[in-house]
Design a protein around this ligand. Structure first.
Ligand SMILES: Cc1ncc(COP(=O)(O)O)c(C=O)c1O
Length: 396
């Protein structure tokens, strides 16, 4: 098909041209004397994105799932009690991983379309006088349902109970795109991956840890090898890795961190909010609903849009891909066939979003959903026309 394929799945996201070019380099010696000139700056740059001041960041040649595994195996022991909640495919998979590692998982199931049940966590933490709970898990942004949860609220619940459990956050589809403050919120293990807000291909798993998590790793009993903090620290401290790093991805990461620093994290968060609001205006104008039940759950990186009864959302996604060369996200697990998703994170702007909305609107109509032609796209256009862009983006 002529023209671009339009990528609007919630990861992998669009890779900026400058990042692509930075990765188009010859292979290099990862033991070269000059290699740390690249890598030490990457660790420092990642800490800024995670807003981690006193801890450190590990970069694994894995996807985000590897960083989940690293967090669990380095800081916890088999049989440890952990507090988790499940409200979408990714929170489900993290629970599944913890169970497979033999953790004693106290899981609260809540309705898909809602998020981490902070009040229930608060009650359980307050009741746990013997401090049997060793870690509390938060999926910051549930990519399957387009729900953002309140990490700071969970921190408050831990503090109110005077509870020493570690706080784990899955920020795969939030960190670098939505406000996240590791140091301020006392997050001990924050997980992300290269292919979403970091605007890179998949292939790097990031785990940003606190000093408390590093201390926990000294006594934790899970077996670990590939993801071992100790092995990583020994090599990383001098700018090297315990095994072959993905050098081209690291070259790309240098440029993506520069782009993030250049735009400024707060401007990036504001841009994502503005773009997401345009999508939400479109959904309203179509007369459809988000899977996220209330405004407080609305995600600024992905919208999961419910389709009317009797319509298969997977067909809308298939059709948009075949006929309009546009990749939208399918519904996963419990919401398969019920929602389609628009990823609005990473390297994108208003007009790109309007492209996604155009393809979605045409596909909705082609698949029998009665939406007024131009309604969603028009609502988004007016929102973008009339609302302010973040200051620095405006000046650029
Ligand atoms: C919230 C969330 N957590 C975890 C993952 C898994 O990450 P990966 O596919 O990079 O292993 C994803 C992937 O989309 C995700 O969206």
């Amino acid at each position: 098909m002529a023209g671009f394929n339009h990528l609007f799945v919630p990861g992998p996201t669009n890779v900026p041209e400058a990042v692509r070019q930075a990765m188009n380099v010859a292979m290099e010696d990862m033991r070269a004397a000059t290699f740390p000139e690249l890598t030490l700056g990457l660790f420092a740059g990642l800490k800024q994105v995670f807003r981690n001041e006193t801890g450190r960041v590990f970069i694994y040649p894995s996807s985000g799932t590897g960083a989940w595994e690293s967090a669990i195996t380095n800081t916890l022991s088999p049989g440890d009690r952990v507090l988790m909640s499940r409200f979408g495919q990714f929170s489900h998979l993290w629970v599944d991983m913890a169970e497979r590692f033999g953790m004693d998982v106290d899981v609260t199931d809540v309705e898909w379309g809602t998020g981490v049940p902070v009040e229930i966590y608060a009650e359980k933490l307050a009741a746990d006088k013997e401090h049997r709970i060793k870690a509390v898990f938060v999926t910051h942004n549930e990519t399957a349902t387009g729900v953002t949860s309140d990490v700071a609220g969970v921190r408050k619940a831990l503090d109110a109970a005077g509870h020493p459990a570690l706080l784990f956050v899955d920020g795969v589809s939030s960190i670098g795109s939505i406000d996240f403050r590791q140091e301020e919120w006392g997050v001990d293990c924050a997980v992300s991956g290269s292919q979403k807000g970091f605007m890179l291909p998949a292939g790097l798993g990031f785990l940003s840890v606190s000093q408390k998590a590093l201390a926990a790793a000294k006594t934790a009993k899970h077996f670990r090898c590939y993801f071992s903090f100790d092995d990583m620290i020994r090599a990383n401290d001098t700018g090297y890795f315990p095994y072959t790093p993905a050098t081209q991805l690291l070259r790309g990461l240098r440029v993506s961190l520069d782009l993030i620093a250049g735009e400024g994290l707060d401007n990036i968060f504001a841009r994502h909010h503005r773009l997401a609001e345009g999508v939400r205006k479109a959904v309203d104008a179509w007369g459809l609903k988000l899977c996220a039940k209330e405004r407080k759950w609305h995600s600024d990186t992905v919208s999961a849009i419910l389709v009317p009864e009797g319509i298969d959302s997977a067909e809308i996604v298939r059709h948009a891909y075949r006929k309009y060369n546009t990749a939208l996200g399918v519904g996963l697990n419990k919401v398969a066939g019920k929602v389609f998703r628009i990823g609005h994170l990473g390297w994108l702007n208003e007009v790109m979003i309007c492209g996604a909305l155009s393809a979605a609107e045409m596909s909705l109509r082609d698949c029998g959903v009665k939406v007024t032609p131009g309604s969603g796209v028009g609502a988004a256009l007016e929102h973008y026309r009339l609302s302010d862009r973040p200051a620095i983006a405006k000046a650029a």
